[in-house]
Design a protein around this ligand. Structure first.
Ligand code: ATP
Length: 315
């Protein structure tokens, strides 16, 4: 799984799909690569579930194609061994125990019964696996869905809104779990409409709005861009500090009686310059945007109806 260029695992190429007058996918294009968690993020109705359904062949696109390991999912002979998916955690047999549900799935896919107990452990189902799935909370259903997705030990895992219904402990568990799947070399695609859920989890982001990709970027790159290289400086000698930094090519703006906003120089260079020129300072801190801030900036135009007074919505 080391050569990313030849091991692309999900390729979505130019998908277009309508539901009646509603354009759900409008040229959706991205690639999910192994060894990292790719967050698939967008506001409600942006097209996340539809894209995943097209990848699985559950919905047909009018244009474009979706490939898993280079071929359409429907043509795979043992699909669970290529891609494990959790789309709808409520899709289970309420009268079966979780373990029997998994045994039945394993049998239908030629997977050994031994694997069932492994995935029960991996998904943290524990003794609940012997209970009827009909009585499960949404969080336990998510875990059961994840256990099912892992049955075929697939190199690609795709989860639609897996954080839904999880309590804070469950969210922490899910983050660690997704990261561990990626560390094992798997390609992990996980959708969410809340960027905060993916904090400390996603390595890469495909941000979508209105059926198309708005940004396809590493998390670190997105944060650096949103942070804009702004540094806040606290000093008892603002005019002197401004003079020194301006002389070194920075743009300096007074932001308070003893604070300056500096752009155009990295924080460590600012510290060195001030020290060398004997300018006193008590704080130099680079502004770090949160993932949520970066996301809001990206999707500002893509959110349907946000802030539009009733009666003025045009779609
Ligand atoms: N079966 C359907 N019939 C009609 N319209 C649909 C259908 N499925 C999806 N849509 C429409 O397609 C668009 C994309 O929906 P989709 O469910 O893929 O978005 P999403 O990003 O998954 O949203 P959410 O975060 O709410 O799940 C929306 O405008 C939605 O109303």
């Amino acid at each position: 799984m080391s050569d990313e260029s030849t091991k692309a695992t999900i390729e979505v190429i130019g998908l277009r799909k309508r539901f009646g007058p509603q354009l759900a996918l409008d040229g959706m294009t991205f690639t999910v690569r192994p060894g990292r968690v790719t967050g698939f993020v967008g506001p409600n109705g942006a097209g996340k579930s539809t894209t995943m359904r097209v990848i699985l062949g559950l919905d047909a696109a009018e244009e474009g194609k979706a490939l898993v390991d280079g071929v359409p999912y429907r043509t795979l002979r043992r699909p669970l061994r290529h891609l494990g998916a959790l789309l709808d955690a409520s899709a289970l047999q309420p009268s079966r125990t979780a373990r029997n549900h998994l045994l039945w799935l394993a049998h239908s896919q030629g997977v050994s019964g031994r694997r069932v107990d492994e995935v029960i452990d991996q998904a943290g189902l524990g003794t609940a696996a012997r209970r009827k799935a009909g009585g499960f909370s949404l969080g336990m259903r998510q875990r059961l869905g994840i256990a099912a997705a892992l049955l075929g030990d697939p190199p690609v895992v795709m989860l639609d809104e897996p954080f839904n219904g999880l309590d804070p402990d469950g969210i922490v568990w899910m983050r660690g779990f997704l990261s561990s799947l990626a560390r094992q070399g798997r390609a992990v695609l996980v959708s969410s409409h809340l960027m905060s859920e993916l904090e400390d989890t996603a390595d890469h982001l495909v941000v979508i709005g209105r059926g198309r990709v708005v940004a396809d970027t590493s998390v670190s790159g997105l944060l650096a861009e949103a942070s804009g290289g702004r540094v806040t400086l606290r000093t008892s000698a603002p005019p002197r500090a401004a003079q020194v930094l301006h002389g070194a090519g920075a743009t300096v703006l007074a932001t308070g009686p003893d604070t300056l906003g500096v752009t155009g120089l990295p924080d460590e260079e600012i510290v060195a310059l001030l020290a060398r020129n004997g300018v006193p300072f008590s704080q130099v801190s680079a502004h770090r945007a949160t993932l949520e801030e970066a996301y809001m900036a990206l999707t500002r135009d893509a959110v349907e109806y946000r802030g539009i007074p009733a009666g003025e919505a045009t779609r």
